[in-house]
Every structure is written in C-alpha cells, then in structure tokens.
Ligand binder design. Structure first.
Ligand SMILES: [Zn+2]
Length: 302
C-alpha cells in the first residue's frame, strides 16, 4: 500500500500548496481521498492515472475538500471512461453534483454511483474486496465529517511447502490452507492447518483523519494503525483558535498518535498563515517521534 500526498493546505491554495487530496494505491487499485481544487493538475504533475481511480471518498463538504470533484467527473467523461465511478460522501453531495451536471446538460458516458454516509456520523464498512477494505468513521468538525480507514488484507497464512509435501497436499488446495482450513486426506487423516502453515503477515492499516478538532472519540477505530494522516492546521501557540475552529494542532495530532498507539504519523492540512512547515514536525516529535510533516508529491509506502 502506498499513499501519495497531492494537497495538504487548508482553506485556500497558498505557498505552492494545494487543498486536500491524496491517492492511496492498494493492490493495483487507486483510491482518491478528498478532491480539492487543483487535484487534476496534481495528477498530471505526479503521474497519477485518473482513469485508474475506482473509488473516491469525500470527508466533508467544506470546499477545500471537494471543489475539484466536478472537474474530475467531467474530465473522466471527456476521456471516454465507461467503468462506473463509486463516490462515498456526505448526504448533500449527490444533489450538488447533479445540479452542476444538469445545468450544462452533461451526459456522462459512465455511471456515477453515490454511496452516502449519514450526517449523524457512523462507523461502517463501505468497500470490501478480497484484497482490501475501506471503512468510514465520524470525527469532530463544524459540519458532518468522516475519516476513512483503508485496510490492505494480508494474503492469509503462510504455506510451509516441505510440510505440505510430507502430508501430500496438492498445490491446488494451498489457497484454502491460506484461509486457515484443515485438509482431509483420502485415507481419512485430518491434517490440521497449523501443521502445514505459519502465521502470515498482518493486515496493513492506513487512516485518513480528515478535518477534526482534538478528540479521542475515534481512537478505537485507528488503534494500532500502521500509518495515520491527522490534520494539523495550527501549531500549539494557536491552540485556542484550533479548538474554536474545529481544527487540531500538530501537538494534538501527536497526542492522539500516542493514545491510539499508532506506528507512524503524517501531518498536513496546514493553515495558510504558515509559509514554513518545518516547525509542525518538530512540535509533534516532542510527543511522538515517528512523525513526518507531509509535502506535496511525497509518497509513503506502508
Ligand atoms: Zn473542514
């Protein structure tokens, strides 16, 4: 799984930084998390193939998180997309997009399938495939907002070939062994799964925590995650302002990383008042060492 940051500024484009957008690449699938203005230009700049995007998740309806979406939808149509596009979003988004399409009489050559997430706030599984899943979870922002959890599923238990040969298990059965099944031989002997397999690699988990004020209410969902992107709009000196505007500081993002026992923290969604973002990482590292302040074009492997 790989995450590429396309936009990490809050509110407006500034200091060469774009509004929120990031690509998660998992098992050859591309997921787009938020789609701020300018996202398409970032695709071109960083070599992201628009046509390969299967799922788009929109965290909330502040413009810096979705004003690039109608442009992307339109471009995909002009480029001749025929595959359906799945969009997971707040309740009001389908009507907004439909109004824009109706106003210009646009007929897309592909189907747009909206999956709305309740404004009441909910934790639920929204995508489930054999190789990965996506869930949403509520955060604490001025309007209904959700974060997203991407889980790359492990390929199951690890086969021990010598042991399999010893018990004469055909290779065609290995897939079922990986799922944890036992094997019944023709002579009636039951070969227990753990005689011929070992514990496989654990799932990889990435969490995108959207816009949120400091809260531990969603810590349970991101508990132990391999990597978490938590917004850090301000530095600690602006703690009161952050709280008033339903945003977080770098220090608070680090505090949550400690509480949720995650492995790596990414910072972003910087306020335009900060031209230089070095201090964000320095501040967060006082509480949580494995922190990186993101910059655009940065790709991080999990
Ligand atoms: Zn917001």
């Amino acid at each position: 799984m790989k995450v590429t940051i396309l936009g990490n500024n809050s509110a407006i484009p500034a200091h060469g930084r774009n509004p929120s957008a990031q690509i998660v690449e998992v098992k050859d699938h591309l997921l787009l998390l938020d789609c701020g203005e300018g996202t398409q230009m970032q695709f071109i700049k960083y070599g992201i193939k628009r046509s390969k995007i299967q799922h788009i998740c929109i965290s909330h309806l502040h413009g810096d998180h979705y004003f690039g979406l109608i442009g992307l939808i339109n471009s995909l149509g002009l480029l001749g997309r025929t595959d359906p596009l799945h969009i997971y979003c707040p309740e009001k988004l389908p009507a907004i997009i439909q109004l824009q399409l109706d106003a210009c009489g646009s007929m897309m050559p592909y189907e747009i399938i909206f999956h709305t997430i309740s404004d009441e706030g909910e934790y639920k599984l929204i995508v489930d495939t054999p190789s990965y899943s996506i869930s949403c979870f509520p955060v604490d922002h001025r309007i209904p907002t959700h974060g997203f959890l991407v889980r790359e599923k492990s390929s199951g238990r690890k086969i021990v070939p010598e042991a399999c040969r010893e018990y004469q298990i055909p290779q065609s059965y290995y897939y079922r062994l990986k799922q944890g099944e036992d094997y019944l031989r023709k002579d009636g002997t039951l070969v227990q799964n753990d005689w011929v397999t070992e514990v496989g690699k654990p799932d990889k988990v990435y969490a995108y925590c959207a816009d949120t004020r400091y809260t531990e209410s969603f810590a349970e969902y991101i508990l132990g995650a391999d990597m978490v992107y938590h917004e850090s709009t301000y530095l600690d000196a602006e703690n009161d302002l952050a709280n008033m505007r339903y945003h977080s500081t770098a220090k608070q993002a680090a505090q949550l990383a400690v509480v949720a026992e995650i492995k790596q923290l990414l910072l972003g969604h910087y306020s335009s008042r900060y031209k230089n973002i070095e201090e964000f990482e320095t501040e967060a590292k006082t509480l949580f060492v494995n922190t990186r302040a993101t910059f655009e074009g940065m790709s991080i492997e999990l």
